[in-house]
Design a protein around this ligand. Sequence first.
Ligand code: FES
Length: 145
Amino acid sequence: MYTEKVMDHFMNPRNMGEITQASGVGTVGNAKCGDIMRIFLEIKDGIIEDVKFKTFGCGAAVATSSMATELVKGKSIQEAMTITNKAVAEALDGLPPVKMHCSLLAEEALHAALYDYATKNNIVIDGLEAPKADIHEGEEVEDEE
Ligand code: FES
């Protein structure tokens, strides 16, 4: 069901953890499965110098968060904006169709973290919209569908 790359990133997740004093933090959840993903970004001079994630979720969510962090590390903000959930899934050599929504969580968490950074620094990132499913401690995750 899963490719070797998915299994590898699930068994040995890259960049797992958190960044204290992160430049931007994004937390998103999927109300249907209850999975939650948080991405921390360290941004200097427009470059994502470090990125970490914490995912409370399924194997595909862990693997996609791990791959998403690998893809954005060292990239500029605009380059990171081009990394979609499809790009993450492709980098993992594919995901089963029923698991594509898990990769969407990684894209949304990344965008939420970038949005947090943009808000804190009073800048506008081209093509970035306010996160739909941003959640905070103690708040309930709303079902968007
Ligand atoms: Fe919820 Fe995968 S089943 S993110």
